[in-house]
Design a protein around this ligand. Structure first.
Ligand code: 6PG
Length: 267
């Protein structure tokens, strides 16, 4: 599948576009179930599994999702997981769970059992990661050795990290686990993160990138020699899924587009 690059005029239009894009992904998921039922004669419903990004970029998207008319998204059929988490309690200002709680969870009617945050972050990161790995393997539909996430939202740092796969850190090389602890010396902290193979097993993986500060990182992902240790976002390549770049114009700047991508300029 050719990568999809969608460019919006500014951060707000990017958030609006990403909201509508996500709704379309959910509607597509439902259509595929109905089409499968027409073949088999039995409607098998599987949850739409959405891996949420942390950081600041997706905050507005989460607010817009929360403001959708009731019923636009059937949250009973959605499972929320986190692509990564800081190793802090869920009520810590640094917590990705807390950011999603404030901007989305507090405003929608989603069953608590559908919200799969990292168990007991803020304590032992190895125990938290092991518990998260086990939770996701138990609760999510899987294909082969990794759960089949319907849609992964990813941010990208200006150092070309994504999720909590930071340059020069051990998690970059993980090939078996779904979630691992990752020590990040530059931040003097531990994180819990989904691994590259777990992210790449998803049906859709979308980078949501906004702002001129990300121009160089995006250009590196698209045009620099492949060096995932230095540029972890280069690890993201769905094995059987679609890769999306949902950007605003500031994030792309004058960066040439990579070859053979599908581009849509959203005005
Ligand atoms: C986190 C994120 C991280 C984030 C990037 C971009 O826990 O911080 O998962 O990967 O997506 O650092 O962050 P901004 O959106 O704040 O630029």
């Amino acid at each position: 599948m050719r990568d999809q690059v969608h460019v919006c005029s500014d951060a707000e239009s990017l958030a609006v576009y990403a909201r509508d894009w996500l709704v379309r992904c959910m509607e597509q998921h439902r259509r595929e179930e109905i089409e499968a039922a027409a073949e088999t004669g039995e409607l098998v419903r599987t949850p739409f599994v959405l891996a949420l990004a942390g950081g600041s970029t997706p905050k507005r998207l989460y607010q817009l999702l929360a403001e959708l008319p009731v019923g636009k998204i059937d949250w009973q059929q959605v499972i929320l997981i986190w692509g990564d988490e800081r190793n802090v309690p869920v009520d810590d200002p640094q917590s990705n769970y807390r950011m999603v709680q404030e901007n989305l969870l507090a405003h929608i009617d989603i069953p608590q059992e559908n919200v799969l945050g990292v168990p007991t972050p803020g304590g032992n990161p190895k125990k938290a990661a092991t518990a998260y790995d086990q939770l996701l393997r138990e609760r999510l539909p899987s294909k082969d050795e990794f759960p089949r996430i319907s849609c992964v939202l990813l941010g990208m740092g200006d150092d070309v990290h994504t999720a909590s796969l930071f340059p020069g850190t051990a998690a970059i090389h993980e090939s078996k686990s779904v979630a691992v602890p990752n020590q990040v010396p530059k931040l003097d902290t531990w994180r819990i993160t989904l691994t590259a193979p777990a992210l790449n097993a998803a049906r859709n993986v979308a980078f949501l990138i906004s702002g001129a500060a990300k121009q160089e990182a995006l250009a590196i992902v698209w045009h620099a020699p492949h060096d995932p240790d230095l540029y972890p976002s280069q690890l993201i390549r769905p094995t059987n899924g679609q890769l999306w770049f949902l950007l605003d114009e500031e994030a792309i700047g004058n960066t040439p587009l990579p070859e053979s991508v599908m581009v849509q300029m959203i005005r």
